[in-house]
Design a protein around this ligand. Sequence first.
Ligand SMILES: Nc1ncnc2c1ncn2[C@@H]1O[C@H](COP(=O)(O)OP(=O)(O)OP(=O)(O)O)[C@@H](O)[C@H]1O
Length: 336
Amino acid sequence: MISVTGARKNYGDFVALDDVSLDIPAGSLTALLGPSGSGKSTLLRAIAGLEGLDAGRVVIGDRDVTGVPPRSRGIGFVFQHYAAFKHMTVRDNVAFGLSIRKRPKAEIKRKVDDLLEIVGLDGFQHRYPAQLSGGQRQRMALARALAVDPEVLLLDEPFGALDAKVRADLRQWLRRLHDEVHVTTVLVTHDQEEALDVADRIAVLDKGRIQQVGDPVTLYERPANDFVMSFLGSVARLAGHLVRPHDIALHRSRAAAEQLDARVGGAAGVIAAVVDRVVRLGFEVRVDLHADSGEVFSAQLTRAEADALDLRAGDEVFAHTVEPVNPAETEPALAI
Ligand SMILES: Nc1ncnc2c1ncn2[C@@H]1O[C@H](COP(=O)(O)OP(=O)(O)OP(=O)(O)O)[C@@H](O)[C@H]1O
């Protein structure tokens, strides 16, 4: 377990960490998620000891490491741009931490072979970093960080510089790697999809404060505030209420909308709106609308729902939110 208690960090007048307390369970893969400047890197660097705190404590396992230098904290760290030793082969880069600790040669060989296999670089040991792709280099960085058996693995946007497809592959790979090695891992990301996809716990930060901590489903379905809700997925504003686009139901008839809205107890009432655009996105269909009040919003329907409604630009519809008190009582909101 990692415990951060009452962490404060100021840069001049700017408050980067504002009384942050966070427990990170042993063996978890926890994401620190937030927009640029929210303090997530500062928090990670404080856990690593790369950043001193103005106040607060950091405990790793049963050791208070607050004043302890990074090299003695039992951590492995991977940055967005991994600074590999360019003149060393992949093998020597991964072995580096073990070599300087003067571990026996046979042990180093065994360990490096194992790690290269785990990170999928076992035919690449004799290459130099310049001969690897960006994704391979980050995997080498992870192998190197893991080589010294860290108690904690700290990752600061490790896939941030890679293109979307490689990022998506690597986060799946990181998830599998974590399931295999179980080292307590903290991942900094500004990408909600990455956090939801890979982490078993997410701490959402904004303006140097923790907004909510929980598992991905809880954060998505029961966000603590509007910030968390907006940051974890797309939202629409309907009569002043923030709702997920897939929690908006559309009907052709006002009476049907009112009847269903009364049944589910929707928060926003029934709103007359006009369809601006219907966009098919694979299995889902996004309907862009504007209300009589001028409010612009989007609803997300399944293809079957959209086909049944057969909407075109210019059509009038009646929208309400589907926020059932008891989901068991709710029928699919599609009475036309
Ligand atoms: N050494 C520094 N000197 C002054 N200000 C700093 C320093 N390091 C960070 N900051 C400021 O502290 C705030 C938090 O920075 P931090 O790097 O923790 O944010 P972040 O959430 O990781 O954002 P990003 O995703 O952009 O890296 C930012 O506004 C940043 O400008």
